[in-house]
Design a protein around this ligand. Structure first.
Ligand code: XMP
Length: 525
């Protein structure tokens, strides 16, 4: 139920690094690395006027990579005046080409695309970017074009096998260019390079912490909300849970959370939410048990898209009705995250963004006359988890695996019936319990059970059985866009299968899903 407000507002931190996005798939990774150095960062569109950037008072600017060539007809180019702001600039990959383009160097098509691991040799160890780093570093390259003449005022400071200008510097102006990607994990010391830039070169402190964030966000929420009341749809997922805890800290009893039981929840889900938020946090919680309505409407529906539509529409109805009972609320709070509001640059486009969007159909309708409060709007997911810990939200919720809005319905193939929900709920509880016991639950992206309504023959004791199949799905992923199946240990698989078949009535066979994404999806639907 996400409807980002769209406007790319940013949190007011006095120190910040501004990242100009030229369409790299790694732009958000750069922003996260900077924040991991405890420095706030914001991503803005590449053609933002230099005057606007100056008004943001950045401590430094990072030019992201991007799939284009600076010489391409429709190359994304920044306002050239950014180089006259007197602010340190770090150009990454395509960012280096921009220095050449604007400050007088030369870029040529490389004979071969440099892709993958390389070894960087630092020739000038006095360059601030490489302070306290060894002279030889493993780096990750991904570029076709290559710098062949460096701009006036620059000096080469490091090279790779393929390029003598893998890192360049204009010390006087504090401009740096890196042909490789310091932000990716395949450049193991890359974070230190970024830290050297933000701390050593730009002089930033370490003020961006979730502890500081709580303080400032609480003030901002109070200023925005005043004495009015706020409603929040609490799903039990990480984002809405952390938003609830933060809002509660800021405005206490002015917050009412609405928790809708759609009948498609996991075992104990409704109890946990009521216990944690109602009893422990003492948040005003309105529990809406609409499971019968949802399951009635799902009767006979087998088409996956149709199921999603029915669930989305019913949710809106139930939620809308529930808000009426809350009374005087003027504000609706949402757990919108930063990646939802970054104005993305489609060049070299990221088609996965399109694939993802179907998940979020059915945002709340515009005619709900609420003003929005989005207190997580400038945070990345990993920051939301840290914020949750800071606020005392239990680990079970803060570090839980993603669970889709339509719940068990996307894990029951064919018709969703109360009996099938019960079977899947029981099987899923075993998967979660065993994954937690094995220590793997918090290490991987998702692990769950899927119900296949195909019956097959089995024997149990002396009896012949004819029951359903459970598929076990466990995947590793960074963001859900791509995923690999996890090679779970055999003894764990054995335990899962034996417990599920023995303990879950209605199941007599267990299989393992070994499909990666692509070509598969994570959920079966
Ligand atoms: P797929 O199945 O498309 O899922 O590979 C990718 C990730 O998205 C989650 N997912 C959803 N999340 N609402 C959500 O909030 C949804 O409707 C939804 N459908 C799938 C899925 O669990 C996986 O992490």
């Amino acid at each position: 139920m996400r409807r980002a407000s769209g406007k790319n507002q940013f949190f007011v931190m006095s120190e910040k690094i501004v990242i100009l996005d030229f369409g790299s798939q790694y732009t958000q990774v750069i922003a996260r690395r900077v924040r991991e150095c405890n420095v706030y960062s914001v991503i803005i569109h590449f053609n933002t006027p230099a005057t606007e950037i100056a008004a943001m008072k950045p401590s430094g600017i990072i030019l992201s990579g991007g799939p284009s060539s600076v010489y391409a007809k429709d190359a994304p180019l920044p306002d050239k005046n950014i180089f006259a702001l007197g602010v340190p600039v770090l150009g990454v990959c395509f960012g280096v080409q921009l220095f050449a383009q604007f400050l007088g160097g030369k870029v040529e098509k490389g004979l071969k695309r440099e892709y993958g691991k390389g070894t960087l040799t630092v020739k000038d160890g006095s360059c601030a970017l490489f302070a306290k780093l060894p002279r030889s570093l493993q780096v990750w390259n991904s570029h076709g074009d290559k710098l062949t003449k460096i701009p006036a005022g620059f000096k080469p400071v490091a090279g790779t096998e393929n390029s003598e200008f893998a890192a360049i510097e204009n010390r006087e102006k504090k401009f740096f260019g890196l042909q490789f990607h310091p932000e990716v994990v395949h450049t193991p010391r890359g974070k230190e390079i970024i830290s050297n830039f933000v701390h050593g070169v730009c002089g930033c402190g370490k003020d961006w912490t979730m502890r500081n964030y709580v303080e400032q966000a609480v003030e901002e929420i109070r200023a925005q909300v005043g004495k009015e009341h706020v409603v929040l749809g609490l799903s039990g997922g990480v984002d809405s849970s952390v938003a609830a805890a933060l809002l509660h800290k800021a405005i206490g009893s002015q917050l009412t959370c609405i928790f809708v039981n759609n009948g498609l929840l996991r075992a104990r889900e409704a109890d946990v939410v009521q216990q944690v938020f109602g009893k422990n946090f003492k948040i005003k919680l309105q529990y809406e048990d609409a499971s019968k309505l949802f399951l009635d409407r799902l009767k006979g529906v087998t088409d996956p898209e149709k199921k999603r539509k029915v669930i989305g529409k019913t949710f809106i109805e139930v939620f809308q009705e529930a808000t009426k009972r809350v009374g005087q609320a003027k504000f609706l709070a949402q757990g919108t995250l930063y990646p939802d509001v970054i104005e993305s640059v489609p060049i070299g486009g990221n088609p996965s963004a399109l694939i993802k969007s179907h998940h979020n159909v059915g945002g709340l309708p515009k005619n709900m006359k609420f003003k929005l409060v989005e207190p997580l709007k400038c945070l990345f997911k990993d920051e939301v988890r840290l914020l949750g810990e800071e606020l005392g939200v239990p680990k079970e919720i803060v570090w839980r695996q993603p669970f889709p809005g339509p719940g068990l319905a996307v894990r029951i193939l064919g018709e969703v019936t109360p009996a099938r929900c019960e079977i899947l709920r029981n099987a899923d509880a075993i998967v979660v319990e065993e994954m937690k016991l094995s220590g793997l639950y918090y290490k991987i992206w998702q692990s769950f059970a899927v119900l296949l309504p195909v019956r097959s023959v089995g024997v149990m004791g002396d009896e012949r059985t004819y029951e359903y199949t459970i598929a076990i799905r466990a995947v590793e992923s960074q963001d859900g866009m791509t995923a690999d199946w996890v090679k779970l240990p055999y003894d764990l698989l054995e335990k899962l299968a034996s417990r599920i078949i023995n303990e879950v009535k209605g199941v007599n066979r267990c299989v393992l899903d070994i499909t990666s994404k692509p070509p598969g999806t994570i959920e079966w639907e």
